[in-house]
Design a protein around this ligand. Structure first.
Ligand SMILES: [Zn+2]
Ligand SMILES: [Zn+2]
Ligand SMILES: [Zn+2]
Length: 277
């Protein structure tokens, strides 16, 4: 069983539209410095089936990553993905669903697993509601704390605090040979989430900002800064990767900040990172 990080960037990715900071300039010049919008694939490489967590605006490139890197993957409709699981309703996590509609793929009945609140949001809000009405996607409700089996992998959504303007937000606990937790977006760490991270073999977690000082509008879009997260999780036996990395984050360059967290044993996700799970 494999987990592939298809996008290690924050919703707007790196480079960020309209930004010419050094990380964005470097990412425009060198493809390997780019970070696509957040998404991961869970692939049963024996059965050839893949499940996607979040459908990002970089969906088309991420489908190519699956075709190119997972051998013998099965086509389901026109994509290499059997179903899609959603974390929450922000731009970088759901707009790729629109590729499944009439304007692009016109898929039939792709299962979309999400919480009841997310399901209601999608069913009631155009243009996503057109996908439900047109039968391109089928909403399958899953509840936080309740396990769902998906061809050799079990997934359990876990509720996390985040800006929930339209629905709610979950991370996922993924159990195959290893126990992995994926939380791309959270406003602050809670005792429950820290406990879940410590209980997991691998954690791929919100590393949007290195420091709360790097973005003037930080208060409107809070995420736990890496600087503080490493203090909370130092000494955990879990293998920890930071993902959902913003273009402003100092760990985009090889400098003091990156060296500091790597010395402490933390890792930084990148697009194409593939883990045996
Ligand atoms: Zn996000
Ligand atoms: Zn930038
Ligand atoms: Zn978000």
């Amino acid at each position: 069983m494999k987990l592939m990080v298809l996008g290690s960037g924050q919703d707007g990715g790196v480079p960020h539209t309209g930004c010419y900071c050094s990380a964005c300039i470097r990412a425009r010049r060198h493809k390997r410095r780019r970070r696509l919008a957040p998404s991961v694939a869970l692939c049963n490489d024996k059965a050839g089936s893949c499940y996607l967590i979040d459908a990002s605006p970089d969906f088309k490139f991420q489908m190519d990553m699956i075709w190119n890197h997972i051998p013998h993957v099965k086509r389901v409709g026109k994509i290499p993905v059997s179903s899609i699981l959603l974390t929450h309703a922000h731009y970088g996590h759901i707009t790729g669903l629109l590729e499944l509609g009439k304007e692009v793929l016109n898929e039939i009945g792709i299962p979309v697993f999400c919480t009841p609140a997310m399901g209601q949001f999608l069913s009631a809000s155009p243009p996503f509601s057109h996908l439900v009405e047109g039968g391109n996607i089928e909403i399958r409700e899953i509840r936080p704390g309740v396990k769902t089996e998906l061809g050799g992998i079990s997934v359990t959504p876990t509720q996390v605090p985040h800006r929930n303007e339209t629905a709610d937000t979950v991370g996922y606990i993924i159990e195959a040979t290893r126990r992995v937790i994926y939380i791309p977006d959270i406003d602050r760490w809670t005792d429950e989430t820290l406990e879940e991270i410590s209980r997991s073999d691998t954690a791929i977690i919100d590393g949007t900002f290195y420091s709360a000082a790097e973005l003037p509008g930080y208060r409107d879009v809070p995420h736990p800064p890496i600087k503080e997260t490493v203090e909370l999780l130092e000494g955990a036996s879990t293998e920890i990767y930071f993902t959902h990395i913003n273009h402003t984050n100092a760990i985009n360059r090889r400098g003091r900040e990156r060296r500091t967290i790597e010395r402490l044993g933390f890792k930084i996700a990148y697009d194409g990172l593939t883990l045996d799970i």
